[in-house]
Design a protein around this ligand. Structure first.
Ligand code: SF4
Length: 442
């Protein structure tokens, strides 16, 4: 039996897919590169944007048409949506809610799939099948308690649960021993991470001399991961501004293996809109965090700041949108992921009239992009003539290598494909708004 997984959406979905692949292989399935030759196609779906949802509506009939005997398993954000189930019920063979991934084996057996010894396991304990040989997602938690008005995640993934620190450290240590160069700690809100302290943990924390409370928090975890020997980088996503503490800012800035890139989703620059979104912070608090990050940065290059923004949230006036423009001008982001609002099924905002027209949302997105391109270019100009450390990630179709700096800047350079998965030094000779180019240093 063979399987093929299609992942749409965020890093958390990619991590889910890696865990699903591991479970399937444990049951004796083999991966098929071609979805038309697979016995089982797994769709890890995303409901955060309408476009991601629409992709599934196009993909499912196509897969069934091209591969008549295939069974399709749908998981992710859309797996419990009543409207999606109604629309696709004839074509999907197995619906697997995200919080049931740990029961995958039982679900497959109940659906008449290949038998195997059943072992329901804790989702966060499933050993993933890593898709990269040098960069690994390491989930530290799952779920979300925040209920932002526009977001489906708390309904799809349930409430927050966090993984034991010992397990996380063991997973990271074993990845580093295998030669991994980049560890990406992921959860819906990493800043809420905690792990109760047991005697064992007390030993680790004493060794690192970092803690003196009942709980280990995310900044402690960063310090512990940072203390693991080896040449590697640590990234993390995603952060909620209401939970970002001074201790965390200092840990990010002081730990040498923690990348100097902070993704801090603002969603809007206006307090009225933030309130309607149920974001639980004011823009003054957000700007204060940015000030602390900038004031405490000691590295030669500034910490890269990126964000998520929704334009055209119900009721967003021109003046309120103007406050988001002001936010962009003040923060001077390196990158922003700008989404045009679309109502998501079952969320609180779905009940509010979506009264900003599609053309107006597009215009607002364009206005923000103009500011972003200017600030990103200006930030990138600081790299000109400098030699930076880059993790080479691959080769593009033109045969040019590409990779990322610790500030998450894409760098293009000529070199042998054997450099992929390794750290290299690149002298930056040209900059654009969203990328850098340079010469590989021998
Ligand atoms: S913090 Fe808000 S936007 Fe992020 S996952 Fe939770 S509910 Fe969704």
């Amino acid at each position: 039996m063979t399987y093929h997984i299609i992942t749409i959406g965020c890093q958390m979905n990619k991590s889910d897919s890696e865990r699903i692949a591991a479970c399937l292989e444990d049951m004796g399935y083999r991966e098929s590169e071609n979805r038309n030759q697979a016995d089982l196609v797994v769709l890890t779906t995303c409901g955060v944007r309408q476009s991601a949802e629409d992709r599934i509506y196009g993909l499912v009939p196509k897969i069934k048409k091209e591969n008549k005997d295939v069974k399709i398993l749908l998981t992710g954000c859309l797996s419990e949506r009543k409207d999606v189930i109604k629309r696709l019920k004839e074509k999907i063979d197995i619906w697997l809610p995200v919080n049931q991934i740990s029961n995958l084996k039982q679900v497959l057996i109940d659906s008449g799939f290949k038998n195997s010894e059943i072992e329901a396991c804790d989702y966060l304990k499933i050993k993933p099948k890593y898709t990269s040989k040098f960069s690994a997602f390491v989930p530290i938690g799952n779920g979300c308690d925040n209920f932002c008005a526009y977001c489906v995640v708390p309904y799809a993934r349930g409430r927050e649960v966090y993984r034991d620190v010992e397990e996380i450290l063991n997973e990271v240590e074993s990845l580093i021993k295998k030669g991994y160069k980049e560890i990406i700690l992921i959860a819906q809100n990493v800043n809420s991470y905690y792990s109760e302290i047991t005697n064992y943990k007390l030993q680790i924390t004493n060794k690192s001399q970092i803690l003196n409370s009942k709980y280990l928090r995310f900044f402690d975890l960063l310090k512990l991961v940072n203390s693991i020997p080896g040449d590697f980088w640590v990234r993390f996503a995603s952060s909620h501004p209401k939970d970002m503490s001074d201790d965390l800012i200092l840990a990010i800035l002081e730990c040498e293996k923690v990348c100097k890139h902070i993704h801090l989703p603002a969603q809007s620059g206006d307090n009225g809109v933030l309130k309607s979104m149920n974001r639980k912070y004011k823009i003054e608090h957000y700007l204060d965090l940015i000030r602390k990050i900038k004031d405490n940065t000691k590295s030669k290059l500034p910490v890269a700041l990126t964000t998520d923004i929704i334009v055209g949230f119900p009721g967003e006036t021109e003046e309120q949108f103007g406050n988001t423009i002001k936010l962009f001008e003040k923060v001077k982001y390196d990158m922003a992921y700008i989404a045009r609002y679309s109502p998501r099924y079952g969320t609180a905002a779905e009940k509010i009239k979506d009264n900003v027209g599609a053309d107006e949302k597009k215009r607002r997105e364009g206005e923000l992009m103009k500011v972003l391109r200017k600030t990103a270019l200006k930030n990138n100009q600081k790299y000109s003539g400098r030699t930076v450390k880059v993790l080479a990630e691959g080769k593009n179709k033109k045969g040019i290598l590409f990779g990322k700096t610790e500030t998450n800047k894409t760098v293009k350079f000529w070199g042998d494909k054997n450099f992929v998965g390794k750290f290299v030094s690149v002298n930056i000779t040209a900059v654009e708004d969203f990328s850098l180019s340079g010469d590989l240093q021998k």
